[in-house]
Design a protein around this ligand. Sequence first.
Ligand code: 2AM
Ligand code: CA
Length: 264
Amino acid sequence: MIDYARVEHLVRQAGQMILDANITREQIHTKESRDNFVTDYDIRIQQYLVDNLRILLPEAGFFCEETMQDSESRDIRKGFCFYIDPIDGTTNFIYGYHFSCVSVGIALDGRMIAGFVYNPYNNEMYRAIRGQGAYLNDRRLWTENRTLADGILAFGAPADTTKGETFFKMLYQLYEVTQTIRNGGSAALDLCRVASGSNTAFIQTRLSPYDYAAASVIIEEAGGVITQLDGSPVSLEENCLVIAGAPVAYVQTRNIALRMLDKK
Ligand code: 2AM
Ligand code: CA
């Protein structure tokens, strides 16, 4: 039995580290693309989570955003695995947008069983344990089954600018049929806002498992849907395109994405 209260406490502590951060230029480093940053805080917070979660569940594997010094090559499809994004929305963090979160998901034998996504700036803790419902702080979440015309569609822009034209042509089609669009800059929080109903749907063409693992179980426990473009479950092993939504809005979004992106 996992001590979920302890996991939640650690995620809150990690969130406090985001609030306490005092970021300087020297602490910001770019990764492979112009919009992909890592700061010393990402690394520090991830290390804090790994060290403490390892004490809690020594047999668990880890799938983390930042490279781990002592990373192990373990089959993540077997046993417990933590999916950790220490700061999702790093660009927001750097520019003071106050829309970033700590995301920790737990999988067992290749299936997500729990997720915690915490935005420390407004003290919003999204959490779900498989079979026990999804919550935003103390409020039980249930995704109202709205259409795209009845709400906000959130998206994440491709990091690779060469993919931008195709993506934004697709987005234009979505924009025409939805009330309005938003790019939050934190996939995990935009996905949790699908669970809470603030977003009716979400799409991003290339995300990594640590971006969406925790949020995926929160969405499903709230009655929403999250898949890849072909309708299969989101991958817990490699990058994939992610579509999520209230059931009807999800189908509408996927149909437009299939029409505009699937060149097969
Ligand atoms: P990050 O802030 O942890 O880097 C922004 O559109 C969203 O996409 C954020 O959740 C961001 O996570 C994620 N993101 C940005 N670049 C990415 C990349 N190259 N691979 C996977 N996810 C990325
Ligand atoms: Ca991320």
